[in-house]
Design a protein around this ligand. Structure first.
Ligand code: HEM
Ligand code: HEM
Length: 193
């Protein structure tokens, strides 16, 4: 039996950065398109782009979550204490789950809205609404839930990115390099366990 791998496979790395770019872009777009006073025609178009890229994020994040169940496990970077390993794993699991829950909540907003505005994904296909009852109350609830989950994800991504930069520039270990596909060399600086 082989033990856990010491590096991420290419598929995991590609998925990670694609989803990261999508989520950061969707957070900015979501914030911009809901500002008061925005031109309604522009707003309609931005909503459609947001929903299109949001559905793409949902597909990719679901693939990542399923793939993480079957891919070979990856050992934590050398030099991390037991608590750091546990904390990093917990944050990664939470991020991977939120990357699915946030767009699902967005899909619920579109689905429960009595306005029944269709989602034209990339002007190619109409994404069906989920089979749920429609009401103004449900739309407000899911709008709030979608926004809260999205901004909580942003806070966690900021923490996650700060940790990655801290490892790279302060501790000078291979945590960020592994996610950039570099071979896992021995840590340049020894870190106390
Ligand atoms: C990872 C994916 C997504 C992220 C990070 C995201 C993020 C956001 C953010 C930050 C807002 C603005 C919240 C506010 O300030 O009020 C927003 C609004 C919205 N999102 Fe998403 N979203 C995602 C996916 C989706 C999907 C898949 C859909 C629908 C198919 C969707 C539909 C909407 C709608 C309709 C609004 C406007 C709600 C309102 O009327 O205020 N989103 N999103
Ligand atoms: C743009 C800023 C980001 C940076 C600099 C970054 C950096 C990293 C690094 C260095 C790792 C490897 C950690 C290790 O091996 O211990 C990692 C893993 C991970 N990151 Fe990020 N990340 C970013 C954005 C995101 C976003 C937006 C998400 C999802 C919402 C995310 C979810 C994950 C997950 C789930 C893992 C575990 C490996 C996997 O299953 O893909 N990251 N990230």
């Amino acid at each position: 039996m082989r033990g856990p791998a010491d590096r991420y496979d290419t598929f995991t790395i590609i998925l990670h950065w694609l989803i990261a770019v999508l989520i950061l872009g969707l957070l900015a777009l979501g914030f911009a398109m809901t500002r008061p006073g925005i031109d309604p025609v522009l707003q309609f178009s931005l909503f459609q782009w947001h929903k299109s890229f949001g559905m793409l994020a949902l597909v990719l994040a679901s693939v990542r979550l399923l793939y993480s169940l079957v891919r070979p496990s990856v050992s934590s970077s050398a030099g991390l204490s037991y608590l750091e390993r546990r904390f990093a794993k917990a944050v990664h699991l939470l991020l991977a789950t939120l990357a699915v829950l946030v767009p699902l909540a967005g899909w619920m907003v579109a689905s429960v809205s009595p306005l029944e505005i269709p989602t034209f994904a990339f002007n190619l296909v109409v994404v069906p609404h989920l089979p749920v009852p429609k009401s103004d109350a449900a739309e407000s609830w899911w709008t709030e839930a979608h926004a809260l989950l999205a901004y909580f994800t942003l806070a966690l991504v900021l923490l996650h990115s700060a940790a990655a930069l801290h490892h790279h520039y302060r501790r000078r270990d291979d945590v960020l390099l592994r996610m950039l596909g570099r071979r896992s060399d021995p840590p340049k600086a020894s870190v106390k366990e």
